[in-house]
Design a protein around this ligand. Structure first.
Ligand code: ADP
Ligand code: MG
Length: 617
């Protein structure tokens, strides 16, 4: 085939709008490239000495993509993304212009922060806010109708360094998790020098697509994202004929464009399919490092809106746009990559790895049971309230599904203490004698809010429109604490020259005894589970106001302060913002309902009454 007729493949354009390591190599000196790639790999901050060179390279590359402006792209507490554009233009003093982008401008931006919600952290007279580049998330290009903008993913903090966004605590929580995982790694004899641990995330995104003309006729959809009035159609999802059904060509056109745009942005979207409700769909990526995956999901939600508009469609990300059919969620697939580069939630099949796996698994069990309320609070919103516990999504009770195989192993570990001797043929679940764990031995349980699925945990209560940052800030921090407490014990035992296998066993056994109440493999949608959970003492925080109170407790303050994720003031500010957001939504939905009744429904009813009356007379 001649070059001209060559068919374009995704490989040709994957990542073409990203200033990735691969691209940087062509634009930077060897010294700057080495320094920057080290910064990116280790999650550090940019060396100021190379900032000017990096900025200039970024500008040159961005201009080759048609960029005239740059922006720091950040994630305020509104739950969406924010940007303020500045052009590269600078007058040359002789009536012309030069195009400039300095290291200073790359490293730090200074948007007026006064109009973003801060929950009292900052008042309008202290409006200064700073954005700073997170080099672990690469700069990318956003295309406009005529030109393009260079976007630099940044965190957003106030004058005193207080976090005003979702990225700052997310990065802090990743650091906290890394510290504790590395500490445990050392105990397992894994070299952690110059290494770090990380978390991985794959976020499955559900959404609705409806014709834009219909959408434009519904003021409630436009303003609130959901229909406040409506009637269930005679046929909707009863036949389960939409789920995984053949994709109609108009929708396919949308999906093809979405995939392409996301690939150009270097986001590895992988799966696309029809979901349960009519007009409901899903897109899922291949998992990535946590903060990058969060950024990519934020971008994906934005690109979906644009692509839908191009196709004469409206993309609804609301958790419950239509009563009577399933709403949309976002499955949060989370795991840990240790300093050895391996997935620590992969059961594996050699005993040494198993011990590492079982300790990690038990740390998650301990964390989720101890902080079920805070985890629940991380997915609380007015919209998600319509979904959780409605027999289409997990209930508000947080429990863990482990599956038969792992539950059996957990039960064995728990029992082995009762039989204190090794005699009698009872299996000792020591580090060196762990049972082989087959990969993917778990069945699926769609009703569980927090399910172990092969080599990761899947938190399924997250809402479709939410930022994935919130739930992962909580997950990282609570697991960091569980690992911390495990390490304290293991280190003390080591100092006392106790047998390592025995101390691991004892720790696991104690955790299982104390926290097994959170494990539930049955149907989470049943009324009997609600009763059983109550008996077990598991919290059932049905509504957002109840759930958010969990953030307003000394327990929550203690947790987030201890690991430097959120100070008391920062947490309080988040609580205030979320409560206010909830109240605002409930308030405007009520006002709009009343308006719609007055302006649209009552006049129609009265007109029809008149028609009937006329007919009678
Ligand atoms: P489903 O839940 O639809 O059956 P999969 O199990 O195939 O889907 O995966 C769902 C998501 O989980 C995907 O985004 C996938 O990349 C992600 N995932 C798989 N392994 C990991 C991991 N180790 N860490 C984080 N996410 C993962
Ligand atoms: Mg899933």
């Amino acid at each position: 085939m001649s070059e001209k007729n060559k068919i374009e493949t995704p490989q040709d354009y994957f990542g073409e709008n990203v200033f990735s390591l691969k691209v940087m190599e062509n634009y930077l000196s060897e010294k700057a490239y080495k320094s920057l790639s080290q910064t990116i790999k280790s999650g550090g901050t940019l060396d100021p000495d190379i900032a000017d060179e990096v900025a200039d390279a970024m500008k040159t590359w961005a201009m080759s993509k048609g960029a005239t402006h740059y922006t720091h792209w950040f994630q305020p507490l509104t739950g969406t993304t924010a940007e303020k554009h500045d052009s590269f233009i600078s007058p040359d003093g002789e009536g012309g212009a030069i195009l400039k982008f300095s290291g200073k401008e790359l490293i730090q931006g200074e948007p007026d922060a006064s109009s973003f919600p801060s929950g009292g952290l900052r008042s309008t007279f202290e409006a200064r806010g700073y954005t700073g580049w997170d080099p672990t998330s690469p700069a990318f290009i956003k295309e406009g109708p005529k030109s393009a903008t260079l976007c630099i993913p940044t965190y957003f903090i106030g004058w005193y360094g207080q976090a005003l966004d979702k990225k700052t605590p997310l990065l802090r929580s990743m650091k906290a998790l890394s510290t504790q995982v590395c500490r445990l790694a050392e105990l397992f004899g894994i070299n952690t020098k110059g290494k770090f641990a990380s978390a991985t995330l794959g976020g499955e995104q559900e959404y609705f697509l409806i014709d834009r003309d219909f959408y434009n006729q519904r003021i409630d959809l436009i303003q609130t994202g959901r229909t406040l009035f409506g009637k269930e159609p005679a046929k909707h999802q009863q036949m389960a004929d939409h789920y995984f059904g053949a994709i109609k060509s108009r929708i396919m056109g949308f999906m093809e464009d979405l995939d392409r745009e996301m690939w150009r942005l270097g986001a590895p979207v992988k799966t696309r399919h029809n979901e349960v409700a009519p007009s409901q769909y899903e897109v899922a990526p291949i998992f990535e490092t946590l903060n990058l995956a969060v950024d990519h999901n934020m971008l994906c939600m934005e690109v979906m809106q644009k692509v839908a508009e191009k196709h004469g469609l409206a993309c609804l990300l609301h958790e419950k746009p239509f009563a009577g059919v399933n709403g949309s969620g976002k499955h949060n697939n989370w795991s840990i990559v240790g300093p050895d580069g391996k997935n620590w939630l992969s059961p594996g099949d050699n005993p040494h790895e198993n011990a590492k796996f079982l300790v990690t698994l038990c740390a998650v069990i301990k964390a989720v049971d101890t902080y079920a309320g805070i985890l629940r609070a991380s997915v609380a919103s007015a919209a998600n309230d319509h979904r959780l516990g409605s027999h289409e999504a997990p209930p508000a009770i947080i429990s863990i599904f482990l599956g038969e195989q792992l539950t059996d192993i957990i039960e064995q570990i728990e029992k082995s203490e009762a039989k204190s001797s090794k005699k009698g043929g009872i299996l000792e679940i020591g580090v060196d004698a762990l049972p082989k764990l087959p990969r993917d031995a778990t069945d699926r349980n769609r009703t569980s809010p927090f399910a172990f699925t092969g080599a990761k945990f899947e938190f399924r209560a997250v809402g479709s429109s939410m930022s994935l940052a919130g739930p992962n800030i909580v997950l990282n921090t609570i697991v960091a604490e569980a690992l911390d407490e495990i390490c304290v014990q293991l280190e003390a035992d080591k100092k006392a020259k106790k047998d390592f296998n025995a101390s691991v066993q004892k720790i696991l056994r104690d955790i299982i005894k104390k926290h097994k109440r959170v494990i539930f493999n049955g149907d989470n949608y049943t009324e009997s589970w609600v009763k059983e959970a109550e008996k077990r003492g598991l919290p059932n925080l049905r509504t957002t106001p109840e759930a958010l109170e969990e953030l307003n407790t000394p327990k929550a303050v203690g947790l987030f302060e201890k690991y430097g994720v959120l100070s008391k003031e920062e947490l309080k500010s988040r609580y205030e913002v979320y409560v206010e957001t909830y109240q605002t939504i409930i308030d405007y939905e009520a006002k709009l309902s009343a308006d719609m009744a007055k302006i649209k429904i009552i006049p129609t009813v009265v007109a029809y009454q008149e028609e009937l009356a006329n007919t009678i007379s």
